[in-house]
Design a binder for this molecule. Sequence first.
Ligand SMILES: Nc1ncnc2c1ncn2[C@@H]1O[C@H](COP(=O)(O)OP(=O)(O)OP(=O)(O)O)[C@@H](O)[C@H]1O
Ligand SMILES: [Mg+2]
Ligand SMILES: [Zn+2]
Length: 265
Amino acid sequence: MGTDNVLLETLYKNPHFDNMTLKRVKAICPIHGEYETFSRTNPDGTEYVGRCPECQRIESIEQQESCRVNIADSNIISDRLLAAGVPEEYAGLTFETLPPGLLANGDLITSCIELCDKKANNLVMLGTTGVGKTSLSCAILSRILQNRQGDYWPSVCYTTEARLLRAMKSTFGRREGPTEQDIINQMGRYDVLVIDEIGKAPASDYNVAALEEIINMRYITRRTVICGNISGEDLKRHFTDGLRSKLAYNSRMKDIIDKDHRRTI
Ligand SMILES: Nc1ncnc2c1ncn2[C@@H]1O[C@H](COP(=O)(O)OP(=O)(O)OP(=O)(O)O)[C@@H](O)[C@H]1O
Ligand SMILES: [Mg+2]
Ligand SMILES: [Zn+2]
């Protein structure tokens, strides 16, 4: 639990505290998904919603790092990747530890490295299940953190299309906390953003417009990786022409054709 959640939990349990104004609620973070927190109605009628505990954790990591000596860089990187939303089973991946079969796809790896080295701004990886899309996108984030310059840590984020859209929609009608525009701005600013599992969320007008706004902010000056288990044709239907044209800016488009490496039966 993040610090303000702990504080609110303590208040909640205090019999002298007027907990009529404090409610346990579920909120959605665009990076880390659903979390439990408290909301409090202030005397002026506005509502405060507790922040995502993982987001608070990433803020404290930077402070802790300045005190941590002799901690392997790889541990710091996987910690940062976890806090950036990378699923636990992918947070320790690097290009050095990817399965040799995946590394053998030289053209694909070259495109990934070009994005890491800022030779490409946008990378779209499509392919059926278990062909290594998520593994590659997480190895990309790891390499970018590994190759950081000096003390500057590039800001990175891993999310899925569905999670992002859910987080944006959860702001509708809320009077306090981040607005939909705040989430768009936040996603627009990351140095490197991975949006995984594109195409699982329905391509409604709202969804497409929201994604287009994020990509608009990013496509020339930042790096974005889009992955999805859909065909190129489905991607065309999923995005508008404008969105596809922006994603094509200094981009690499990869169709990964392979078997499902997850499946053993
Ligand atoms: N070419 C490969 N050789 C060996 N193992 C691989 C290869 N590609 C992927 N894998 C393994 O397959 C598993 C699934 O990989 P990953 O989750 O990256 O796939 P994905 O394309 O994101 O799948 P999904 O579309 O279901 O999300 C991982 O354990 C990964 O190490
Ligand atoms: Mg995946
Ligand atoms: Zn969060």
